[in-house]
Design a protein around this ligand. Structure first.
Ligand code: PMV
Length: 348
């Protein structure tokens, strides 16, 4: 028998208290959630338990406001199999990971699901699209299954699919911890508390050459810098945590750039080496250095992709945008404030 927890009873009779017994019908309840990507300032790179997807290091991120993924999930026993539509097109490639995540949320005996995903920014290009996708997926699937799990539980489910997705359940400044026996995230500061801006230079489009799960394993097994990276991370986390508590931009800038370059050094030192940058990535880093030398409070960070994210205060945003737009080879410039965690936006 299939799990009927994915269906919900609804009162159609409209009868009030003390009237005849309610006339009820069972119907599936599609649900839609929205989640924003997050950008790590102190990076997650490496797993201590790849089976359970537990990180080898803690990480700190900021959740964006203006880039987002909207995910609609509907369990439907008339479907023969799960169906994933990404930005209007059937997608087979992502389906196995999505399916495993749905099984964890709604149970392996759930009905097949139709999943519609749409993002307003390039996916699989180092802009944390899997973080927003899995964060939105767990929130939508939980509601579509008629459940009401709390954020900590949903973060564990999202994090078991994509480590960084756990952080997108939370808004503002979030820390994915590397302690205990499960995935745990805590909010360090709200977005409104310290409303920094993020300007993204798109330097290339198209999927990354090596996915982060495989790349992390290559780093762990082959990079001579990996063990030092893991060893030093608590110091970087503490320094960034203090900078965020004190809203000390210069301190946060210094530790975030250091941590980003250290993560890429681990990748560069791996065999085979993993170099996600291109010449435009370097030109954008140079543009940030140039702004810094002119006294602009800005710093860069780069993930497993060629895009450069510059973090600044709102007063400096237009200078940063202009500098990226003027950098030869930049394909597009996006900007966002900091926002809230994943949220359910419809459930009927
Ligand atoms: O969550 P994953 O498996 O996509 O890995 C994320 C890795 C980085 O984006 C490079 C760093 C991070 O902390 O987000």
């Amino acid at each position: 028998m299939l799990n009927k927890g994915i269906q919900r009873t609804r009162n159609y009779a409209g009868l009030g208290y003390n009237s005849r017994p309610f006339c009820v019908a069972i119907e599936p309840m599609p649900a839609t959630a929205r989640a924003q990507p997050n950008i790590a300032l102190i990076k997650y790179w490496g797993k201590r338990d790849s089976h359970r997807n537990l990180p080898a290091v803690g990480s700190i991120s900021i959740t964006l406001a203006d880039l987002f993924t909207t995910m609609r999930v509907e369990f439907d026993d008339s479907l023969r199999d799960d169906l994933l539509i990404v930005n209007g097109r059937a997608n087979e490639e992502m389906l196995p990971r999505i399916r495993r995540c749905l099984d964890r949320v709604a149970g392996a005996h759930r009905h097949p699901a139709r999943i519609d995903s749409a993002s307003n920014f390039p996916i699989a290009a180092g802009l944390a699209s899997s973080a927003s996708a899995f964060a939105a997926l767990v929130v939508a699937a939980d509601a579509a299954a008629g459940q009401k799990h709390d954020t900590a539980h949903l973060a564990r489910l999202a994090g078991s699919a994509s480590g960084s997705a756990a952080r997108s359940l939370y808004g503002g400044y979030a820390e994915l911890e590397n302690s205990g026996d499960d995935i745990a995230v805590r909010c360090l500061r709200s977005a409104a508390d310290w409303p920094l801006r993020v300007v993204v230079a798109i330097t290339a489009l198209g999927p990354k050459p090596v996915g982060s799960t495989a790349a992390m394993e290559i780093s762990r097994k082959t990079s001579p810098f990996y063990s030092r990276w893991v060893e030093q991370q608590p110091l970087d986390l503490a320094e960034a945590g203090n900078a965020i508590a004190e809203r000390d931009f210069a301190k946060l800038a210094a530790i975030a750039e250091h941590n980003c370059l250290k993560m890429h050094s681990v990748m560069w030192g791996s065999r085979p080496p993993m170099i996600y940058w291109n010449s435009v990535t370097l030109a954008c880093m140079q543009a940030v250095r140039e702004l810094q030398s002119q006294g602009v409070a800005v710093f860069f960070t780069i993930d497993a992709g060629p895009q450069v994210k510059a973090i600044c205060e709102s007063a400096d945003e237009s200078r940063v945008r202009d500098a990226f737009a003027a950098t030869s080879g930049v394909k597009d410039v996006l900007a966002s404030g900091l926002g809230d965690g994943a949220a359910l936006i419809a459930n009927d």
